[in-house]
Design a protein around this ligand. Structure first.
Ligand SMILES: Nc1ncnc2c1ncn2[C@@H]1O[C@H](COP(=O)(O)OP(=O)(O)OP(=O)(O)O)[C@@H](O)[C@H]1O
Ligand SMILES: [Mg+2]
Length: 240
């Protein structure tokens, strides 16, 4: 009991015995099975698993985009299973920086408008949001691109915009689902280098991937297989 309490205090993410199933007509598909996981502040964690293993389902739970059937989830001191839908909107905006495989930028907005979105949602004016975002925009090499629309950028550049958008609100965690999945190898490497740099700066990162070569960039790797989570297992060589 004491160990659990200590973990709850240390962890920025603490999942305890989380279950999630989908009802498909008569059948129930048990997707997440008693998942327990603690992620500490400043950690860089990869969740590695094959297609259909439950990675995106887990991301949706961690991202407060879906509700679990049972279990407990504490995110940066907030007991998520007790929060109401209205509070969850604020929690998603304040505590989580989302990065998706296909960027999910707003196509009619330019780079600047996309990046400042989370800050406008918090009630900042465009001027305030722009000022608060400038350091991030410069760090990601996007200062020259602020007026461009997403379709005028390469995939790698679009993902950098998405990463900037995830960062500007200084969230408790960065949550990325296959962030290199849509990119060519070179751009994928750039994104992984950037994640390393962001982690070195103190950002907590949870990255979901089916690719061992990608997962190895993280400081810690857990595996998800058929909805069960495995920790502390040695990873085979990237070649093997
Ligand atoms: N909304 C849903 N309704 C019913 N079944 C679902 C739903 N979402 C996911 N599933 C099922 O749950 C299982 C896990 O899906 P999930 O999307 O979490 O896998 P994944 O590990 O992210 O796979 P991939 O690598 O292909 O993205 C799959 O069998 C999937 O068909
Ligand atoms: Mg998925």
């Amino acid at each position: 009991m004491e160990t659990v309490e200590r973990e709850e205090r240390d962890g920025i993410i603490t999942l305890r015995d989380v279950n999630k199933s989908y009802k498909m007509g008569e059948n129930v598909l048990h997707v997440l099975k008693d998942i327990s996981l603690t992620v500490k502040k400043g950690e860089y964690l990869a969740v590695l698993g094959p297609s259909g293993s439950g990675k995106s389902t887990l991301m949706n739970i961690i991202g407060c985009m879906d509700v679990m059937d049972s279990g407990a989830y504490c995110l940066d001191g907030v007991e998520i299973e007790k929060a109401k839908e209205k509070e969850l909107t604020g929690i998603r905006n304040q505590k989580i920086g989302f990065i998706f495989q296909k960027y999910h930028l707003i196509p009619t907005y330019n780079v600047l408008q996309n990046i400042v979105m989370p800050l406008l949602m918090r009630g900042m004016t465009l001027k305030e949001a722009r000022e608060a975002s400038m350091d991030t925009i410069t760090m990601l090499g996007l200062a020259e691109r602020m007026e461009h629309k997403p379709n005028e950028l390469s995939g790698g550049q679009q993902q950098r915009v998405a990463i900037a958008r995830a960062l500007v609100g200084q969230p408790a965690i960065l949550l990325a689902d296959e962030p290199t999945g849509a990119l060519d190898q070179e751009s994928g490497k750039e994104v992984l280098k950037l994640f390393q740099r962001l982690n070195d700066m103190g950002n907590t990162i949870v990255m979901i991937t089916h690719d061992l070569g990608v997962a190895r960039h993280a400081g810690r790797v857990v595996r998800i297989v058929d909805g069960e989570l495995y920790e502390n297992e040695s990873l085979p060589d990237a070649a093997g």
